[in-house]
Design a protein around this ligand. Structure first.
Ligand SMILES: [Zn+2]
Length: 280
């Protein structure tokens, strides 16, 4: 049985034995979405997904993180949550707060900080094993709600998630049939971005990888801010959007109905301009 089949089985089994996941998956069909377009070449879907408040509203300052039990450490996970071993050092888990179809969280066994540099190869290996999926990464200050425990995520491909560079936000694209070449080019880009943000533990970024016709594709979205100004506003001015890899690619998650109803294309342009790092 290949990994895709094993994951499908895991989802079926987990929905039978884990009520939280069963409810979440059944509610996914009721998730509302609307689409904005910029010409023929760029689309953004806005999704209303109230269950994601757990991530969008997450406090990720070091004091809060130190105090809470890490929800990605095996000992703290819900007893019903089962996983599939990957590369003998990760567990592939069903995400109980899905944004995309077959949303997976893939924590490393050990509790080590969210840093992608030496793990890009693992990410590409997973993308290779799962041709119908995108595998994505949120940096510690770029959307990860567990910045203290290394994890990847994955979910079924959809056209908005595969979009490359656009005037609204930066996307650096690496593509090759040769995995090592992708890793080397990623390292070059990493070093360049590190030079732009030497004060960060790692340059702020989101990464999406996937394969298409046996080619590895890596989309790197450099970031300059974690959350836009509107996140911290009050009353009618507030827009509770906390962008991660999916949002920056083109699937923006809103957790409050009022935000879903009022968001306009100029808000989307403004949010991208605030969090995306222009790179020449
Ligand atoms: Zn942990």
């Amino acid at each position: 049985m290949n990994l895709s089949d094993e994951i499908n089985n895991l989802f079926s089994r987990q929905q039978e034995e884990w009520e939280l996941l069963r409810t979440a998956v059944s509610q996914r069909s009721a998730v509302r979405e609307k689409t904005f377009s910029w010409g023929d070449d760029f689309r953004v879907k806005v999704q209303y997904n109230p269950a994601r408040i757990i991530s969008t509203g997450a406090l990720i300052d070091s004091k809060t993180i130190e105090k809470r039990p890490c929800f990605l450490c095996a000992g703290n996970r819900p007893p019903q949550q089962r996983g599939i071993s990957f590369l003998e050092r990760y567990q592939i888990l069903c995400n109980p707060y899905p944004v995309v179809e077959n949303h997976l969280t893939i924590p490393l066994h050990s509790h080590v900080p969210q840093r992608i540099r030496r793990k890009i190869s693992d990410m590409l290996s997973l993308a290779e094993l799962l041709p119908d999926y995108v595998v994505f990464y949120n940096g510690p200050h770029s959307g990860a709600s567990a910045p203290d425990h290394f994890h990847l995520q994955a979910g079924h491909k959809s056209p908005v998630l595969l979009q490359g560079d656009h005037a609204l936000r930066t996307c650096l694209m690496i593509e090759s049939t040769d995995k090592e070449e992708v890793e080397e080019l990623f390292e070059d880009v990493y070093q360049y971005l590190h030079h732009l943000q030497p004060e960060e533990e790692e340059p702020m970024m989101n990464v999406i990888t996937f394969t298409e016709q046996n080619r590895y594709k890596l989309h790197l979205f450099p970031r300059k801010a974690h959350r836009p100004r509107q996140y911290f506003e009050e009353g009618n001015k507030q827009l509770m959007i906390s962008p991660g890899a999916l949002d920056i690619a083109g699937l923006i998650i809103t957790v409050r109905e009022e935000d879903f109803n009022k968001i306009e294309s100029n808000d989307i342009e403004d949010v991208y301009a605030q969090v995306s790092l222009p790179v020449i």
